[in-house]
Design a binder for this molecule. Sequence first.
Ligand SMILES: [Zn+2]
Length: 242
Amino acid sequence: MNAQGTQLSLFETRSSNDPFAVRVSPRARRLTARVHVGGRVEIVVPVGVNAKTVRDFVQRFTPWIDRKVAAMQCHADASTDVPRCIEFAYTHERFDVDWHPASKRGIARQGERLVVRAPDDGGARLMLQGWLKRAAAERLAPPLLRLANELNYPVARVALRCQRTRWGSCSTRGTVSLNCSLLFLRPEVVRYLFVHELAHTRHMNHSASFWRLVELLEPEYRSLDRELLAGWRTVPAWVFKK
Ligand SMILES: [Zn+2]
């Protein structure tokens, strides 16, 4: 019943180039995987758990760990002025950003790479912000219109906005505005926002009847609404930086 019984070296190899650290914790009740900013993986192990159990655990959670590592790597870059990668939780897409200092501005997608040309970091962000808006229009407007059609709720127009103010809105004329940064949220949360805005085409307020309608369309709306509200924290800083 001690750490030596686990026979684990401090670093093992998850795959050829992604090592993870194992930490035996007397306080841990079960195995947990933690992914730190920058992508470092730590497996926290209760005392007395053997190496095979740890390896099985890591193997079982490898897809989750890989996704989390990818997200955290992008996250670390968010503190710099121009991101080195962009990840959309909504579509599970990931793009590597190649920024080439050049006097003439431009942005082009080459498969999973975004090639950005701009003379300075402000210019590069401007290119990326413009691309994000177009990417959001392509990915968010069609599913919103499909859902509106399915539910038979009238939507006259979909507009994309990229401010740090609200996730969406609905006008009396039937224009639904969506925030570009919805791309950084899970599809379930985005669908809830769609449902929320579509319900506003029937009730232009947050009355009890509005919420009853939302609940009818999305029974899990309470937890999804909380996740949506907390979602601003997952939006990388470059999105809003001038
Ligand atoms: Zn509302």
